[in-house]
Design a binder for this molecule. Structure first.
Ligand SMILES: C[S@@+](CC[C@H](N)C(=O)[O-])C[C@H]1O[C@@H](n2cnc3c(N)ncnc32)[C@H](O)[C@@H]1O
Length: 268
């Protein structure tokens, strides 16, 4: 199934295999460092009630659960069951953490229920951003905090011996979500949805060595899995694209990837 913009639905994208791939990528030091920054910016406090929207494999949910402690409460919601299964397992030892299958545009919680809510790499997958932001604003109490992280894939700089193929792959990857350039419009949309003091900062990912334990090399499986068979890119094109990253780095000694993620923090 596809969304009105033509991107596959999140339920279709996050099957068991892709969910495990994303988990592996999100366990790399690159994304762990991003989580540390996000947690420092949100600064969840002991006893708070927190919502992790589009919780995925539950890595951020776990951090939130540890931060709010036994006196607090954390709910992770996601629309993909395979992700929820991984998240439930990850957080099983924390009774203050629970999970629920829900869509970000219809959160099954009362008005002003949460002290804090965050969504990292989620809203870019959602067709109706305004509706999702109104739901976010509705469930956070006045004075509560929100944090959103999204990527602008046009900020990707990825060295290759074949720049034309690299561009084709990245342009095809843009089609996996309805909003591949969401950060450009998110601040204004958050303000219109009722958030105050919206602050924006960049969390860059920079890889300067070919290393499977990095975000960019890990994402090659996810991006390649999506791009193969679309826009005239064959499975062999994708194999060649992946092999080139290694060969190019061996031949030139100059592997290079950078990407900007944008962190939005705001008060309700
Ligand atoms: C790239 S993953 C990010 C996971 C997690 N937030 C993290 O940063 O570790 C995106 C997640 O958003 C979820 N998602 C996408 N659209 C959603 C929607 N409409 N409602 C709930 N979850 C959604 C996906 O199922 C997936 O688990």
């Amino acid at each position: 199934m596809t969304t009105p913009s033509g991107a596959p639905t999140a339920q279709d994208q996050f099957d068991e295999q892709t969910s495990r791939r994303i988990e592996a990528v999100y366990l790399t030091p690159d994304v762990a460092a991003q989580r540390d920054k996000v947690m420092a910016r949100l600064a969840p406090r002991e006893g708070e009630i927190a919502l992790d929207i589009g919780c995925g494999p539950g890595l951020t949910t776990l951090g939130l659960g540890q931060a709010v402690g036994a006196a607090g409460n954390v709910i992770g919601v996601d629309i993909a069951e395979p992700m929820l299964a991984i998240a439930r397992q990850r957080c099983a030892a924390l009774p203050q953490v629970s999970f629920s299958l829900a869509d970000v545009t219809a959160l099954p919680y009362e008005d002003a229920h949460f002290d804090v809510a965050l969504a990292t790499q989620v809203y870019e997958y959602v067709e109706d951003i305004d509706l999702a932001l109104r739901e976010l604003a509705r469930v956070i109490r006045p004075g509560g905090r929100a944090l959103l992280v999204d990527t602008d894939w046009e900020s990707a700089v990825w060295a290759s011996s074949d720049d034309v193929r690299m561009r084709r792959v990245l342009e095809t990857w843009n089609e996996h979500i309805p909003h591949p350039q969401l950060p450009r419009i998110l601040k204004q949309k958050m303000e219109r949805a009722g958030f105050h003091d919206v602050q924006v900062e960049i969390v860059p990912i920079l890889n300067v060595q070919y290393d499977p334990q990095t975000y960019s090399i890990g994402m090659m499986d996810v991006i390649g899995g999506f791009a193969a068979g679309r826009n005239g890119l064959s499975a062999q094109d994708i194999l060649d694209w992946k092999a080139d990253a290694r060969l190019f780095s061996e031949q030139t000694g100059a592997y290079f990837f950078s990407l900007n993620r944008y962190v939005f923090t705001a008060s309700r």
